[in-house]
Design a protein around this ligand. Sequence first.
Ligand code: AMP
Ligand code: MG
Length: 364
Amino acid sequence: MKTELLNVNHLLKAAEIIRGGDLLGIPTETVYGLGADGLNSIAVGAIFQAKGRPQDNPLILHVWSADWLARYCEDIPESAYQLAEQFWPGPLTMVLKCRRRTPEELEELKTGPICSYTHFGPRVIPDVVTAGLDTVGMRCPAHSLCRHVIQMAQTPIAAPSGNTSGRPSPTTAQHMLEDMGGKIPAILDGGPCTVGVESTIIDLTCMPPRLLRPGGVTLEQLQAVLGKVAVDPAVTRQMAKGEQPRAPGMKYRHYAPKAPVVVVRGDPERGADYIRDHMSHTRWDGVICFEEFFPMLAQGKGPVLSLGPVSNKGEQARRLFDALRSMDETDVKRIWAQCPDDGGIGLAVANRLNKAAGFHIIEV
Ligand code: AMP
Ligand code: MG
């Protein structure tokens, strides 16, 4: 199959791909997604196939607005609408209770069509989206092309990140082509992602609400609306064998380039000194560092990439996955990476780096 690159002039075609039950590479402000009609179980099944994604890792549903929540969710707390008011459209996913199916819907799922299109009416989320959980992740993305496609297709789009499972997420259409070229009919090119790391996931089915994955909406921003927010242990440490994280996806190796990563945390200057003193200065050691230390570290033979200035965590988030992917195009055997502190979007950058490193972290 040849994968076609679509652009802003092909939005109708993009929506038709979704409506037709096919897969579409779709830009969002966080990362590129691998999208399908979230109400079509066969289309959603194809996402898992194309990515090589474990079946027990549920998908996020992307909707047009908070008005769509009640179609698919129940017992929606007031806080969901407060968060939507503040942060939607935007990089925030809320885990909510999935709406129980009516007896007619259950019957239809058994015997009838695998998806029933009744425009604007309540419809059924197939189990393959939620991995059989009684909760569902809901997000309203901000990227204008993505919003057009949702609007034109009039269906929630189920989309995980558009990478092959385990690889760093794609933040450009080109990244997505690397992973999904030949496997899906089309990728809609919406330019580089402006956030660069996946959405924040907050579980609103428990008290206090629980941060399952840090992202573009920061913990501090959530606390300002919700008050107390619990942070799931999977955000900051490796899950022990047999331990079940609340976001099933957190137990899998993630975001990882081919070479092992060593994360260096703490004072940036001391971190840069540590890397200089411990790297091999051969082509086998790559470095991802803050811009300020680039001249000092870029003197060896291996590739050195800048994440952006120490103080600009937004830029670090935007560049992170591209840097990890770029390392895969070299023959490095080890990657040293400087890591920001946990404030603001730094928590998300640190979380992705730590996971890429399998939590191999050096504190300086
Ligand atoms: P991805 O889109 O590949 O970044 O993955 C989506 C993330 O959302 C994974 O970590 C999932 O485990 C998580 N997720 C999706 N739905 C739920 C849910 N109902 N409860 C908890 N986590 C969820
Ligand atoms: Mg992913």
